[in-house]
Each structure stands twice: as structure tokens, then as C-alpha cells.
Design a protein around this ligand. Structure first.
Ligand code: SF4
Ligand code: SF4
Length: 206
């Protein structure tokens, strides 16, 4: 028992003569150290609404809801649940969509809804089965990243065609009627429907 007491006494004397590790915040402004993980800040212009950050967020602070009626994805970020792990920043596919700030750390609020932020992104919906493919921005981002290789996907070609407005002034829309036909490949269809068309016509011919 004698030695532990001496050790504690030594620690007490050392702490009396060394500066405090704690800051005087909020009486004095806090100066975050290098690499401090504060509030995740979203850059909407560089976020494509791909869902990756929602999938890696451990406490599910980021959630997505797809509103097919309005054709939009609503991204909800609840910073009241955030544990500042930095997974969203690390796995962001654009590397610029979200970054943890080293300046914003005062996040206490009386109303929990005030810790929630929303974003909206336009959806790409299959014209045949009404399934959500992804967001338009996500597909265009992949297209930019893949370069000419993206043209191997007919879906990318269709989206790019819309983007460049090559169809302006002419009605190139072929529409989807009762059953999927070969011409329907030139509409916006999900990979499942595209596969069905390809299998159907691979064995059947034109
Ligand atoms: S820092 Fe971690 S907990 Fe917070 S939103 Fe990002 S992934 Fe989720
Ligand atoms: S991973 Fe990046 S681009 Fe994708 S939704 Fe999250 S912030 Fe946006």
C-alpha cells in the first residue's frame, strides 16, 4: 500500500506545476488541434447522391428516401447521431462530397430537428419496371470517370444523349409498350430489364 500512495503523490505534485490539458471553452475560444474531426460539411455541388456514405455510416446518421412520384432522392443527415468517425469523408466516391470540418464543433441544439440537414437529387427511374437505377448526377459522374469506356454501356449512351440534347427538335423517344422489345434498349431501362431484352433477342434474333 505504501508505494502506490507515493506514486499518486508524485503525480499530484507534477500536475500542480504543469499546464492544464483542458481548455477554458466556452469562456475562451477552443483551438482545434491538427486533424480534429468536427462537423461533416457537405458540398452539394460535388455530392452526386450515390448512397455510399449512407452505407458506411456506423450509427446510420445518413439515410436516403427515394420519392418515385417526384423523381427525387432525399438525403437526410442527422448530426445528432453523428460520431465523427470520418467514414463518410473517407469513402466518398468524389472525394469532395463531404469533409469533416476542423472549425465547426459547437453543435448543441435545443430542437433535434435543427441538427438535421437535407439534400435532394434527381433520380433515374427505369421506364419499364419503375425501379430506381441511381441518381442522374451519379451516372454522369461515372461517365466522366470512365471516359470512352462508358460508351460500352447502352444506358450511359442514352443518358449522355439526353445530357447533350442531341434529340432536341426531333422525337427520338420510342416509348415502352406492353412487352420489352429490342428497340426499348434505347429508353432509360434498369440493368435487369436491359438483360431481359438482350437474352430475349440473343436467342430469338431481331
Ligand atoms: S462522421 Fe461517421 S457518423 Fe458522422 S455522418 Fe460521417 S460516417 Fe456517419
Ligand atoms: S458518398 Fe459522397 S457523393 Fe456519394 S452521397 Fe455521400 S457525400 Fe455524396
Amino acid at each position: 500500500m505504501k508505494y502506490p500512495k507515493l506514486r499518486e503523490l508524485k503525480e499530484a505534485v507534477i500536475s500542480l506545476v504543469t499546464p492544464a490539458y483542458t481548455s477554458k471553452f466556452p469562456a475562451e475560444p477552443h483551438v482545434p488541434f491538427e486533424g480534429f474531426r468536427g462537423k461533416p460539411v457537405v458540398d452539394d455541388a460535388n455530392c452526386v447522391g450515390c448512397e455510399t456514405c449512407a452505407n458506411v455510416c456506423p450509427p446510420c446518421a445518413i439515410t436516403n428516401t427515394d420519392d418515385k412520384e417526384r423523381g427525387i432522392r432525399i438525403i437526410r443527415r442527422d448530426y445528432g447521431k453523428c460520431i465523427f468517425c470520418g467514414q463518410c469523408e473517407e469513402h466518398c466516391i468524389t472525394q469532395k462530397g463531404v469533409k469533416l470540418s476542423d472549425k465547426i464543433y459547437e453543435m448543441a441544439v435545443f430542437d433535434r430537428e435543427k441538427s438535421v440537414e437535407y439534400q435532394e437529387k434527381e433520380l433515374l427511374i427505369c421506364e419499364s419496371c419503375n425501379a430506381v437505377i441511381t441518381t442522374k448526377e451519379h451516372l454522369l459522374f461515372m461517365h466522366r470517370k470512365l471516359g470512352p469506356k462508358a460508351f460500352s454501356s447502352i444506358m450511359n449512351l442514352n443518358i449522355l444523349n439526353q445530357k447533350l440534347r442531341l434529340e432536341e427538335g426531333q422525337d427520338v423517344s420510342v416509348g415502352i409498350k406492353d412487352q420489352l422489345q429490342r428497340k426499348d434498349m434505347f429508353n432509360i431501362v434498369c440493368p435487369n430489364c436491359l438483360r431481359q431484352i438482350q437474352i430475349k433477342y440473343l436467342f430469338k434474333g431481331a
